[in-house]
Design a protein around this ligand. Sequence first.
Ligand SMILES: Cc1ncc(COP(=O)(O)O)c(C=O)c1O
Length: 508
Amino acid sequence: MGVTLDRTSETPLYRQLLAELSSRIRSGEIASGSRLPSVRSLARTLGVSPITVVQAYNGLAADGLVHATVGRGTFAGASGPETARPQSDDRANTAPEDGEWHTTLPVHLRAPRISAMHALLRPGRRPGVISLAAGTPDPSLFPIRVLGRLWSRVMAAEDPGFLQYGTSQGDYQLRTWIAARCAATGIRAKAEDILITSGSQQAIDLVARTFVGPGDYVLVESPTFITALDIFEGRGAKLIGVPMDNEGVRVDVAASLMERFRPRLMYTMPTAHNPTGITTTEDRRRQLAALARRYNLLVLEDDTCSEFTYDGEAPPAIKAFDAGGHVLFVLSFSKTVIPGLRIGCVVAQAPLLSRLVDSKSVADRFTSPLIQRTLWRYLSSSRYPRDLATARDVYRSRRNALLEVLEETMPTGVTWTRPSAGFNIWMHLPDTTTAAEVFEEGLKEGVACAPGDLFLPHAPPPSGLRISFADNPEETAGEGARRLARALTRVLASSRAEEPESAFVTTV
Ligand SMILES: Cc1ncc(COP(=O)(O)O)c(C=O)c1O
């Protein structure tokens, strides 16, 4: 396509690409109806990360200069290719052929980061490749047998009416258990304040659908959970990144962004942050709760992993400091029990909770009562705390082992976080290289990691990678880290520019 990008420019690469493509489409150099290259092929040609291309294509779509169609790609022009809107008299000649009907189907919800992530994670499943990319729990720790037994007991003992269409809010006993669990993190909640969801991802989605609309500003940590970015953007929200440092999210920056943009919501993971592994200090949590009140803003607090805190105890939840009901607290059982159960929840005060219950009812009516009751029996058994302690010990020792290998092998200029909780380590790369380059070079060495650009609300990416230590035995993860170190050493040796101080944070 012959696009030249200026890597020394202050203008982010995606904006340069957006401007270039935009001018070519407007001038007709790229004809209306013609197909743009696929994200991966253009990324490869230009030597940029796929997310750079995705962001440029998104910008073109927002300006009405391109449109996407299912299974075919991105086309220049606001509405479909000429065949998409045939005039009545030539309809027969221009209608898509049988089997191609979907090419004119407009796509109303796009999830560019998730699509890019799936494409990028695929090579990690090739034989011989060690994947440090997934950030998932270790299946060998799943309490499958005990859950199987409890499942049979629930099926045998419960009244069949129990499997009738259930309440949208979820199993009362499970909600009561969660309320008690919340008390341990300082949250005062009753079963009535809790909505059971199909995984915590659904809780995030329901909050977004219910309270975030087109044009609303949403503050997110930068970097943050990939899916949440696509969920908020899917609602038409404008994302604003808040930088992080080793003490967590920069609340001072968040405060000035709140003053300037009056966002509707801030999404945050104060404990075991994904992807950095950072835990936000208690002091900053208090400040965030106070800011939510001052700026009349919702805080969506996502807790997937605080049970896996390895050094001391996690600070109280932000919701523990929430006097006015501004904080919506989301919890997941995917990392602590099994992701396949698909159970999470949201804790919110009365008027907000009933809106969320309505949204749940619209989305999928209710979450399986059988799974909820089985989970409740497991959580209330003496097995659960023992299993949790075992898993915590395993993950702690995997974290320690991986940190040791990083210390021994990583080349100068590469730094990383030392997480006190969760599954992930974030590596800061020198600005002389990109995450995409390291990702590709890593694959040649037989290791996959998660390129950091995907986790950012905006380009330009400060170069970073996420590596996860939970789902591989120590020796395997250690070998993966050694391979990554070799790849990084090669990439850095071949980069010509001077190496600046690393800084992984971005703002707006
Ligand atoms: C930070 C964060 N929040 C939410 C989720 C969604 O988890 P689930 O829907 O499995 O509860 C994930 C999954 O990886 C995550 O990393």
